[in-house]
Write a protein that binds this ligand. Structure first.
Ligand code: SAM
Length: 308
């Protein structure tokens, strides 16, 4: 009997498969960080997905013994996760962000931005709870996760979801339709602000490409499945952040705020603009390298950004 058949014959319950998966993942040293951060959650997510069950069901409640077809489906997902180093989210076309479900495939990054935590809190205390939000812009929208989560957080706001990649925007549109937000979230093909002339926003939020050359070279294989246009941002990771800083003032309302993620490129940005009072935000659930500037601060330092 082949080892594969033996495993499939022996493991009868969802719990047994999760336990086996944890060992299998750890033995092969796969990277976590595209939806989960550990082997147990990753294995449970794949098992429940293969069984077409909701992710919040207790493993002990899954009827057993599993059928041969169910066991084979789980094994196939585990095997692809290990042998191809494919993020689980791409294998099952599902990602979670701000408690919302998104369709994903290799045309877009797997949602994981810490900005989600700010959105769930409606950008409080940086945006006053009693102040209306009329328009939001999400630059580099990918799956549309940030734009769509903002539309949920601000039910009266219109949201523009911008990306330069027409492939990515097909996924954005699919998610806008999934969340039935066609009337309020618009997918716009644009190189940063280029197609937005004349528009102004209360909140501009962006998770642009920001990975510097050193980090790109050291990335685990899982990242190679993601569109490189969503990651690569020049030698110091600042190519897009600087362009956003230069152009944002024209597109913000007087009380507007700009929130941008630059991850590990935080130090490079702070060193490049030592006189700019970037507010680096803190996160309860992990993440770093996200700054906030007000429209007034951007206007005050506009010349500095233009000289960069
Ligand atoms: C880091 S990903 C973020 C995706 C998504 N917002 C998220 O948080 O999961 C960056 C996105 O920026 C897009 N992008 C790259 N260059 C761009 C440009 N010049 N203008 C607009 N979008 C761009 C990429 O296609 C990609 O979808």
């Amino acid at each position: 009997m082949k080892i594969t058949d033996e495993i499939i014959d022996t493991l009868e319950s969802a719990e047994a498969w999760v336990t086996w998966g944890v060992g299998y993942f750890e033995q092969h040293g796969i990277y976590f960080g595209h939806g989960t951060d550990n082997a147990l959650d990753e294995a449970a997510w794949l098992v429940l997905s293969a069984l077409e069950l909701p992710i919040d069901i207790a493993l002990s409640e899954v009827p057993q013994p599993l059928t041969a077809a169910q066991r084979r489906a789980i094994f196939t997902l585990f095997q692809q996760r290990v042998e191809r180093r494919m993020p689980a989210a791409y294998l099952i076309h599902e990602a979670w962000f701000c408690g919302l479900r998104f369709y994903v495939d290799e045309r877009v990054l797997v949602p994981r931005s810490p900005i989600g935590e700010l959105i769930v809190n409606a950008f409080a205390p940086w945006w006053p709870a009693n102040q209306a939000v009329n328009r939001v812009l999400d630059i580099g929208t990918g799956s549309g996760c940030i734009a769509i989560a903002c539309a949920h957080a601000f039910p009266d706001a219109a949201v523009d979801a911008v990306d330069i990649s027409s492939d990515a925007l097909l996924v954005t549109q699919k998610n806008i339709a999934l969340h039935q937000l066609q009337g309020r979230v618009s997918a716009v093909e644009s190189d940063l602000f280029d197609a937005l002339d004349g528009r102004q926003y209360d909140i501009i939020v962006s998770n642009p490409p920001y990975v510097d050359a050193e980090d790109i070279a050291a990335m685990p294989d899982e990242f190679r499945h993601e569109p490189q246009i969503g990651l690569v941002a020049g030698e110091d990771g600042l190519d897009f952040a600087i362009r956003i800083l230069q152009d944002a003032p024209r597109y913000l309302t007087d009380d507007g705020i700009l929130i941008v993620e630059v991850g590990n490129s935080e130090a490079a940005l702070a060193a490049r603009f030592p006189t700019v009072p970037f507010m680096w935000l803190e996160f309860e659930y992990g993440g770093h390298g996200v700054f906030l500037l007000t429209a007034a601060e951007l206007a005050e330092h506009h010349e500095t950004f233009l000289k960069a």
